[in-house]
Design a protein around this ligand. Structure first.
Ligand SMILES: O=CC(=O)O
Length: 335
């Protein structure tokens, strides 16, 4: 052993090698907290390898029991099939649309996720985007920084938040947090969800088009799945109407993006606040040039504080799996 204890540490690692965890693409929690994660696990970095993905997976096929994944990184049938020892996928995301859950169910692969860890942060951004779109904060910032104020330009009036009828699409943990924040502003909350919730007295609509016709703002908080893909279509946008605003903190593909761009350009709806897009990180160029649209780079979920909590959750789930204990935040896969 040298004075740094190097050989001893190496020796211990040979006796008790760290469990191997595959990372296809690094999630933000990995980028910010790699040191902490690497104290416990040996990460196989697929994105860092010169090998094509399939070859990388085949090379490590028998040693990979767990994958660390995130919301923008697909875990496909092919990936799962190339890993016969796989027993767990830990995603750092609340959304599960990138993971082939059917194949996980078929293979008996467990899945752990972020659950409601980010709900408050996402709700904050939804409200922030709404206030920005109504009161034109970003547009006002451009007006000042581009020197238009000093040149006696004209800056149009914004609209009031209080008293507004806000329709929440998806009253899960994020939607509930949005409602909780907007009530004290004096907004009237309505919602559409798979089921009516007994915990709230907000008016319920089973049909999203009817909800849109009865509110002035739609805030998309639901998950993306086969039923919700493009559920916000032309009919819904037209029902929302020329004074209507759309806020999206769910997933880009819940809205028919092309149709939304057309409605925004033709004044069929008044504006939008968007944290998510259909083809991230690509944002339709038309949206970039519109002054009535506020854009955010799919960051609603991430604050320093929640990333700190997330790293502990990821470690806890991986440790539970490798020691045959119950996962901390399992996804319940139907049988
Ligand atoms: O978008 C991020 C997530 O689903 O957690």
């Amino acid at each position: 052993m040298d004075c740094n204890g190097y050989r001893q540490e190496n020796h211990d690692q040979n006796l008790f090698p760290k469990p191997k965890v595959l990372v296809l693409e690094p999630p933000p929690v990995f980028i910010y907290h790699e040191d902490k994660l690497s104290q416990k696990f040996h990460f196989l970095k697929a994105w860092d390898s010169p090998l094509p993905l399939d070859q990388f997976l085949t090379t490590h096929a028998h040693s990979v029991q767990a994958i660390l994944s995130h919301g923008s990184c697909p875990v496909t049938t092919n990936t799962i099939r190339l890993l016969p020892s796989l027993g767990l996928i830990v995603t750092t995301s609340a959304g599960l649309d990138q993971i082939d859950l059917q194949e996980c169910r078929r293979r008996g692969v467990s899945v752990a996720y972020a659950g409601s860890l980010f709900s408050a942060d996402v709700a904050d951004i939804a409200v922030g985007l709404l206030i920005d779109a109504l009161r034109k904060i970003s547009a006002g910032n451009r007006y000042v920084t581009q020197g238009l104020w000093a040149n006696n330009g004209d800056f149009s009036l914004g609209s009031k938040l209080g008293g507004r009828k806000v329709g929440i699409v998806g009253l899960g943990s994020i939607g509930l947090e949005v409602g909780k924040r907007l009530e004290p502003f004096g907004c009237n909350i309505l919602y559409c969800s798979r089921n009516k919730k007994s915990s709230v007295s907000y008016p319920y609509y089973s049909n999203v088009c009817e909800l849109a016709a009865n509110c002035e703002v739609l805030i998309i908080c639901c998950e993306l799945n086969e039923q919700t893909r493009h559920v916000i279509n032309k009919e819904v946008l037209l029902a929302l109407g020329k004074k209507g605003l759309i806020i999206n903190v769910g997933r880009g593909a819940i809205i028919d993006e092309q149709e939304m761009v057309r409605c925004l350009m033709q004044g069929e709806i008044a504006g939008a606040g968007l944290d998510v897009f259909e083809n991230e990180p690509h944002v339709p160029s038309e949206l970039i040039s519109l002054d009535n649209v506020v854009l955010s780079p799919h960051r609603a979920v991430h604050t320093e504080e929640t990333l700190m909590a997330l790293v502990d959750l990821v470690i806890g789930n991986l440790e539970a799996f490798f020691s045959n204990k119950p996962l901390l935040s399992p996804v319940l896969l139907d049988k």
